[in-house]
Ligand binder design. Structure first.
Ligand SMILES: NC(=O)c1ccc[n+]([C@@H]2O[C@H](COP(=O)([O-])OP(=O)(O)OC[C@H]3O[C@@H](n4cnc5c(N)ncnc54)[C@H](O)[C@@H]3O)[C@@H](O)[C@H]2O)c1
Length: 363
């Protein structure tokens, strides 16, 4: 029973060091391993466990098979005062993403806006990590990435676009912020996998079978089906999620000249480099009307202060669920992992022949 599970608490610093050990053993340089660790720990601390420790295996696999490299550092191929095209040199996605958002931030501070696209990149984890970096500097941040084909476009039969996440962050007063960070499919594939493990159907609107027909059987989706765009089928507005995923692709693979849409390798394969396209934007609100953060705080306070529908907890703004998970981690003195995840970390440590992760307690 889920309610009886005892969660294992790992200090964020300990998990950071564990990820660094794994990535270095798999072939990453120390600075690259540290960027990956920073990102994965942030994902778990924000409660997006599907994109934290859970994904470490994938990065390790790609490093070990040399489909992700750690040889070079990202480099600027082309530049104007407000834009840049970056070659990610096929290194870990978080290394490319950090390089790009920091360049966008520098440009925004100089001239008001920085729009940076990357080609030759890899899986960059949670999109919000990059936009929060801009918001922490008093800027608006945006981040986008294309991903392996999983989404079946409205009226289509086969997956042709990825789960292509979008994040937009905007600073408010007193360290508050709006942080929208979402996939453009109704759910991530991980949620379908969890239902299959629990032998449970999936709701209509999550996925389709190999012929593009809506299914409630998670096995159909995982065998050779796909995910529906945000909004579900055509009747419930799924074409809007499809449109957002394609917009993301315009900003990523199409602008950057990387792989795009159905040309990206399957999520099940690592026989070639992913060559993903990504996009990072920073914008100085000071270039527009004064009082930006005051208005941000005002609108968020009015939304949070609304009377919720009977029986529901209070209204939130995007970023609030992750913020409250961060607070939970703070009060626990670490990240609460499901025991299966700690078991997974132990297996990985054994496989790599490195020191195991230390659990500091249970909750
Ligand atoms: N790199 C990749 O390939 C990839 C692909 C897909 C998703 N992702 C990442 O996976 C993570 C999870 O994505 P997701 O779509 O499952 O996120 P989600 O559905 O959990 O949350 C989406 C957004 O909705 C907000 N939200 C949630 N409940 C809310 C409520 N009641 N009121 C107001 N706002 C609310 C959250 O703060 C968040 O901004 C994201 O960090 C995303 O970047 C990465």
């Amino acid at each position: 029973m889920e309610g009886k599970v005892k969660y294992m608490i790992v200090a964020a610093e300990e998990m950071f060091n564990f990820v660094v050990r794994c990535a270095q053993k798999a072939g990453a340089r120390k600075s690259h391993a540290e960027s990956l660790a920073e990102l994965l720990v942030a994902a778990d601390t924000r409660g997006h466990f599907s994109h934290g420790l859970n994904r470490l295996n994938m990065y390790v696999r790609d490093l070990q098979s040399n489909t992700t490299s750690s040889k070079d550092d990202p480099k600027v191929l082309k530049e104007t005062p407000g834009t840049a095209l970056v070659d990610g040199c096929n290194v870990l996605g978080p290394v490319v993403g950090k390089f790009c958002i920091d360049l966008a931030i520098k440009k925004a501070k100089e001239i008001g806006i920085g729009w940076v696209c990357a080609t030759g990149s890899n899986h960059f984890g949670i999109a919000g990590w990059y936009t929060i970096r801009a918001a922490n500097e008093g800027l608006l941040g945006m981040a986008f990435t294309n991903t392996s084909p999983l989404m079946v476009p409205t009226r289509g039969q086969r997956p042709a676009l990825g789960t292509n996440p979008i994040s937009v962050a905007a600073p408010a007063n007193e360290n508050d912020s709006f942080v929208l960070d979402m996939a453009t499919t109704t759910v991530a594939l991980g949620k379908v996998e969890i239902n299959k493990r629990k032998d449970m159907d999936i709701p209509e609107g999550w996925g389709v079978d190999g012929e593009g027909k809506v299914t409630t059987d998670p096995k159909d989706v995982l065998a050779d089906g796909g995910l529906l765009p945000l909004g579900g089928v055509e009747e419930t507005g799924g074409y809007k999620g499809y449109g957002l995923a394609l917009m993301t692709e315009v900003f990523c693979g199409i602008l950057a000249g990387s792989n795009y849409g159905p040309n990206i390798r399957s999520w099940k394969s690592n026989s070639t480099a992913a060559n993903l396209g990504q996009c990072f934007v920073a914008l100085d609100p000071g270039a527009f009307a004064p009082g930006f953060t005051d208005r941000m705080s005002d609108i968020m306070a009015s939304l949070r202060g609304m009377t919720p529908v009977e029986g529901q907890p209070s209204v939130m703004v995007p970023g609030d669920p992750e913020r409250s998970h961060e607070e939970k981690c703070k009060s626990l003195g670490g990240i609460p992992y499901h025991p299966n995840q700690i078991e997974y970390a132990k297996i990985l440590a054994k496989k790599l022949g490195i020191e195991d992760v230390k659990v500091k307690g249970e909750s």
